[in-house]
Write a new protein. Sequence first.
Length: 418
Amino acid sequence: MLSAWVARRGFTIKGFGVTNSVNRILGGFVQRQALPTISQNGGMPVTELRVSNYRSIREIQLPMKPVNVILGPNGCGKSNLYNSIALIQAAVEGRLGEAIVAEGGLGSILWAGPRKSGPVRLTLQIAVEDFEYRLVLGLPQNERTLFNLDPQIKEEHLTLCEGKRRIAMLERKTGTCSVRAADGSWNRFDLQLIDSESVIAQISDPQQFPMLSGFARNVRRWRFYHSFRSDAASPMRQPQVGTRTFILAADGIDLAAALQTIFENGDDRGLQNSISDAFPGARLMIDRVGHGLEIAMRYPGMTRPLDARELSDGTLRYLALCAALLSPKPAPFIAINEPETSLHHELLPPLARLIKRVAGASQIWLTTHASVLADEVSSLTGSHPIALEKIEGATIRKGRPAKAAFSAAYDIEASSQD
C-alpha cells in the first residue's frame, strides 16, 4: 500500500534504498518536491484544522476546502481561528515565543472558561496533504526566569499519513526529541532544543531530514493579511521604494511596487479587469516620483488623476487586496481577516469575483461578518460558508452540538454542500 502511495503520484525513487516502507515514502517525497505536481503553486493543501484551549476556542475541528469562508458576528471567535493558523506558521518559522508574548503571554491566551482538573494545554493541529502536524503548549515550569510569558512546548509531532497507516517523522516530548532521517533511522536531540520554539524551526537540513524541510518549506509560504493602514499617514499613501516586488508585504507598505510588478510580470489583464469591475471606467496608474513609485487612479470625467493621498480608504484597501491575491508568485495558502473593512458594500461582489479568479492558484481562507461577501463567494465557488457562534463563551460551529468539536452527521452534511 505504501509503495503505491509513491507509484500513484508518478514518482521514482532515487538516492534512497527501498528495503523498507519508510525509505519508499521518503524517496518518493523527495522526488516530488522538484516537480510542480501538487498544485499550481507547487504547495500542499491544508485539509483539516483542530484547535483546543485557545482564547474562546475550547475545542473545534474544521475540514478545509480550496475556499474557506468563516462567517460570524463580531466577537464570535473568527479572528481566533485565523490567529491559530498564523501561530502554526510562527512556530515553523521560529517566531512562536515572540508571537505568543505579543498576545500577552501563554497565560493570557489559554481558554478561560471552565476547565477539567490538571494542567491546561493549548493544542494546535493541522493536516497538510499527507502530513499531520501537532503542537501542544503549556506554561513554563521555571519560576525563576523573567521570560515567564514564553510558552513551553510539551509535545510536537509530525506524522506522514497514508489512509489508516501512520508513520512518525518527528516525536517530541519535554526534554526528548527524535527525528526520522532520510534513511529511515531515528536521530535523537535531547537537551539541545529551545523549549519555546519548534523542532522544525531549529533543525534545518533538507538532505538529512527531507520530510521536516518539505513540510516547513510549504508552511513558510503561507500568507496572512490582517490590516492595511489607510489613514492619512499610511505608507500606502506615500511614494514607496521602486523595487520589483512579487509578494505584497503583510501591511501593504510596498503596495505601489507590488501592483507595478503585477503589470510587468504577472496577470496585468486580471488586475485591470478587477479594478474596472470595482470602479467602472477607472484606470490604475503607477508613477515614478524620484526613486520611488506612487499610486494614482484616473476616473471618467475627471481632468486629472487622483494620487494615493486623495483616494478613499476603501479604494486603497481594495487595491491592496488585488495586490495580495494577484501575486505573480501565488502562495499555497492565503488567509485574509475581514477583507470587507472600509469597503463600500458595492465593492463586495467585485471582491468575490476576484477571489474566484485566484481560487485555482491558492487555497483561500476568509474570515468575515459580511453575509453578502460570504454568499457571493459561495455562489461563485460552491464553497459553503462555515458559520460560527459563541455559546457560554465558547466558539462553536453554528447549529452543531455545543459540546462537540466534531459531529460526523453535521460536518459531513455541511461539507457535502461545498
